[in-house]
Design a binder for this molecule. Sequence first.
Ligand code: GLN
Length: 555
Amino acid sequence: MADDRKAPKFIFVTGGVSSSLGKGLTASSLGRLLKSRGFKVTMCKLDPYINVDPGTMNPGEHGEVFVTDDGGETDLDLGHYERFIDEPLNRMSNTTTGSIYSHVIAKERHGDYLGKTVQVIPHVTDEIKSRIRRLGTQGSDIVIVEVGGTVGDIEIVPFIEAIRQYRRDAGKDNVCYIHLTLVPYLAPSGEQKTKPTQHSVTELRSRGIQPDVIVCRSDQPISQALKNKISLLCDVPIKAVVSAVDAPSIYDIPITLHEEGLDTIVCETLNISTVDNPIDLSIWRNVVERVHGTKSVLKIGVVGKYVTMSDAYLSVAESIRHAGFAHSAKTEITWIDAEKVPGEIDAEYLRQFDGLIIPGGFGERGIEGMISAAYIARTNNIPLLGICLGMQIMVVEYARNVLNLASAHSTEFDQSTSHPVIALMADQQNVSDMGGTMRLGAYPAMLNEGSMVAKLYGSLVVSERHRHRYEFNAMFKDRFEAAGMMCSGTSPDGRLVEFVELPSHPYFVGTQAHPEFKSRPDRAHPLFDGLIVAAAFRSDGREPQILKVGDASYI
Ligand code: GLN
């Protein structure tokens, strides 16, 4: 980065016309492009809803809750940010209306406003700006801020006002506004239409923001004539009209946007030299080559409860794909409704999969089905990775069917079980507030030498992110180990079991953590990598094959 520029630059990404246009992915892709020009980039999401954080929201409606190292429960877009810019974010990287208001109201009650009438402008907008400003004090050259929702929404107004003011505060050359819109194709007239874009830009301007760049989402590339028209009507340079056509995979988007000149126009707006900061996309191009250069197809089934909303397991799905990329294998994911196991979904159905995952979750629905799926995977040598709730399910199944503790359960689902193999930690017993009462964020674990997990991680000390209330009940540890289930990783003090595995099975690994939050497209997570390697063995008919060191190069 040029020496004459100490102050960080801020890029604000807004959306218009429709939700779900891929604002998060556009912002993430831009982040990757700027990182590839040598800048240190951080990202943030401003969410206009009133929940203080998404931790209490139903993943079946809102999608996954992404967890940061410092235990922030955040919007799933932060997962895209981390996967694309490959920088750890933190709880400050996601701000909601609820968190802003609760802070402002707490300050008011404390008398911090010195008798003033507390108002949206300036008190709420000042709080929004101070959070944006704070992100610029963490050593990044560039801060990308995505504003959730759509311009014109009632809830978004204070955020738009705050980012409008921000250019005045930070200086013209330090702020860039990007607006993402939809250019629909209307079949009867056989044309792409610019009117929704015009309206959306008009709406943004009515709030005092003139976009510097307009990114147009469409299913077909935008013609030069259409770019000219948008440029004229929306008052941006022609080269600042960027066509973002549907991409074959999300990992193609940075390349597509670079070819459209997005990072160049953003640099020009921010007065950053593209000559002094040339782009090196070699790592990313390598990822994209792997995404498309697939040799084999592996079938992975995910047995969960939120299967009608695949965003509920977004990071799990991406982690499966990353592990596939690492081995040039295409992974075909099937979402399996746990409530249908056994019954409509039986052992014969599950045997078609090369590997299975039981992901995290809360609440009783589907639990018995997951336990059946774990039983089927264990007794049929189907590779299985259990994540958080998934590990707890593996433990309950083993207790019931191998330790012969027929009533074994987690106290989350049966408080009076005589064999509580999964239970609350002692210090969590009396908590009634559902927000933020979990074991959250990164915790270290020590792995057993010679265990499968130690081989996969290539280390005896690891750190993974957590989000749960219940734990393996250490009272039962000796009985499990005597019966063949290894507790292969624990907290450093040995109190909490973090990993379990069955040495006699091709791949039966459970973790109390959420490894899916740390997988990257160019660095598959070891536990997903292990699952994919075991799945590849299974798919070529060589089952049961116990994984050994070095097997990762098998496919
Ligand atoms: N419901 C379980 C618990 O609270 C598992 C949580 C999860 O899978 N994230 O411990």
